[in-house]
Design a protein around this ligand. Structure first.
Ligand code: NOJ
Ligand code: CA
Length: 557
């Protein structure tokens, strides 16, 4: 039983929650078609409760043509048949709650699938219609309107506009899509759009869902008149705010104030976490002001290189910005869009992103070091003030699968980049549970189809089964850390203070009686005088010191 189950009724549970990200198509496959589903998740709920997390965030599970792995939603109030049924969802939610696990879903408010009834109606209804006013349709520029209405680009490459035919077979208006052409953006200045999403949220909240992760939370508002971006860089070169026509505009906050009111209407308040890629911690903190969202992912922490100074700076900046608005910070090391941290940390310390060119993958890599750092980072993340996220497989120490055959790549970015960016499939490979060969227990009731992406053979050493009981394994590190996090009064929400540390190391204390030392340098760092070692991410020297690239947790007198 989850050690936190007793806290289930706690209204502020989210201030210190560890939330496990379930990328459903790669978590566990209950029916043997090679794709993860709700039946698989249900069967594995006891594993998650035992791991010691507080809640699950489930990536989109709604009906979808899967042009962007479910982020192209064609019906927000139903379940994709590949994943199961609404009844399965209902039962899974009830079972999770019984185990002390809260459930967060993923809401995708910036865009719909082009197969959604609204977009189909918009195409049929033509220019000037109420149906088109739910989206962002415009005339093109230049002779014959042949050029897109402005210079905006799709996140996956190419123009952010696609032209439709006018109904008589002639070229007509263009519609905006910040992601794939199959993901038309909706217009958040239209009250019908607001009402529709309110109803969707109520639908799931009424079913017992505890909250939502908000996709592209920084993208919903577009500048009036849809001006060209011109040379406005994003992400920005400096940490100053730039007035970007579609990212992180002040107008989005009005939407979240209304959502907060809706969530607070429930007796057991429902919560939000924002996916907002913004300039700096101050801009992020605006999303979690008192009357807005509860929490937001801390991508600055995710992107910080494994070096003491930038890591400390990033932590300080996050803490200060969140303190200013009274919200708890969160900490995250990877997700289904980013390179797994074992692979990032295996590279030279400055490397943040690996997907952009195959060349980068050629950089020398030391995976043993990557794992050591990932262990240290996990303990660091789990004892900082606030909440944390664990992406499925992170607790197993999985690395990015870097050599997926190109013909199997499914991320839309691969095609839309003209086959230059490999995309995100390498962190989305179905996770290994047991056994000596693929599908490594991913398929529960006898495999009939191979997992939708192939698993490396080397994962036989990293299955849940192989790691269970091995006290040196990543899985047991996570289990012990999560247990201690729940038990120790100093951990979770609250304050921390820095204490002196040798160069290349970070050290901070949390009251009562807890010290964390992370050694990111090659030299041996001492532990605090008189402190007792609770446990460490590495093999410790007998004197209680902290070897390079490890974290140690100490209790102090
Ligand atoms: C962010 C999601 O995490 C990502 O997977 C998706 O492609 C985009 N938003 C578009 O919805
Ligand atoms: Ca399945």
């Amino acid at each position: 039983m989850n050690s936190n189950a007793s806290n289930f009724g706690h209204r502020s549970w989210w201030r210190s929650a560890v939330i496990y990200q379930v990328y459903i198509r790669s978590f566990a496959d209950g029916n043997g078609d090679g794709i993860g589903d709700i039946a698989g998740l249900r069967a594995r709920l006891p594993y998650l409760a035992e791991l010691g997390v507080d809640a699950l965030w489930i990536n989109p599970w709604y009906p979808s043509p899967m042009k962007d792995a479910g982020y192209d939603v064609s019906d927000f109030r139903a379940i994709e048949p590949l994943f199961g049924t609404l009844d399965d969802a209902r039962e899974m939610i009830a079972e999770a709650h019984e185990l002390g696990l809260r459930i967060l879903l993923d809401i995708v408010p910036n865009h719909l699938s082009d197969q959604h009834a609204w977009f189909q109606a918009a195409l049929a209804a033509g220019p000037g219609s109420r149906e088109r006013a739910r989206f962002i349709f415009r005339d093109g520029r230049g002779p014959g309107g042949d050029e897109p209405p402005n210079d905006w680009l799709s996140n996956f490459g190419g123009p952010a506009w696609t032209r439709v035919s006018d109904g008589n077979g002639k070229p007509g208006e263009w519609y905006l899509h910040l992601f794939t052409p199959e993901q038309p953006d909706v217009d958040w200045t239209n009250p019908e759009v607001r009402e529709e999403f309110d109803q969707t949220m109520r639908f799931w909240f009424d079913m017992g869902v505890d909250g939502f992760r908000i996709d592209v939370a920084h993208g919903l508002a577009k500048a009036e008149g849809l001006p060209d971006i011109g040379s406005t860089a994003w992400p920005p070169v400096s940490s100053e705010r730039v007035d970007h026509p579609h990212w992180d505009r002040d107008e989005v906050h009005d939407i979240y104030r209304a959502w907060r009111a809706l969530a607070d209407d429930y007796e057991d308040p429902r919560v939000f976490v924002a996916e907002a890629w913004v300039h700096n911690p101050e801009r992020l903190a605006m999303y979690v002001r008192d009357d807005e969202l509860h929490t937001a992912f801390n991508f600055d922490f995710l992107l910080a290189p494994w070096l003491a100074e930038p890591m400390r700076d990033s932590i300080i900046a996050s803490l200060e910005a969140h303190e200013g608005v009274g919200a708890p910070p969160t900490w995250v090391l990877c997700n289904h869009d980013t390179v797994r941290e074992v692979s990032r940390y295996a590279r030279p310390q400055g490397v943040r992103e690996l997907r952009h060119l195959d060349d980068l993958l050629e950089l020398p890599a030391d995976f043993e070091l990557g794992v050591k750092r990932a262990r240290a980072a996990a303990l660091l993340m789990l004892c900082l003030p606030g909440g944390a996220y664990v992406y499925q497989g992170e607790e197993l120490g999985l690395a990015e699968v870097e050599d997926l055959p190109k013909e199997l790549l499914q991320d839309p970015g691969w095609k839309q980049s003209g086959y230059t960016l490999r995309g995100r499939d390498g962190c989305r490979v179905p996770i290994p549970w047991s056994g000596q060969e693929p599908p490594f227990g991913f398929t529960l009731n006898g495999a009939t189809a191979a997992p939708w992406l192939p698993q490396p053979l080397s994962w036989r050493a990293l299955t849940v089964q192989a790691q269970t009981g091995d006290q040196r394994s990543m899985l047991e590190l996570y289990r012990r850390a999560l247990r201690l996090r729940h038990e120790h009064p100093a951990l979770g929400d609250g304050a921390m203070r820095w204490i002196d540390a040798p160069e290349g190391a970070l050290a901070f204390a949390r009251d009562p009686g807890f010290v964390c030392v992370v050694n990111m340098s090659a030299a041996h760092a001492p532990g605090p005088p008189g402190a007792e070692l609770l446990f460490s991410s590495g093999e410790l020297a007998g004197d209680g010191g902290v070897p390079a690239d490890t974290t140690a947790w100490f209790s102090t007198p």
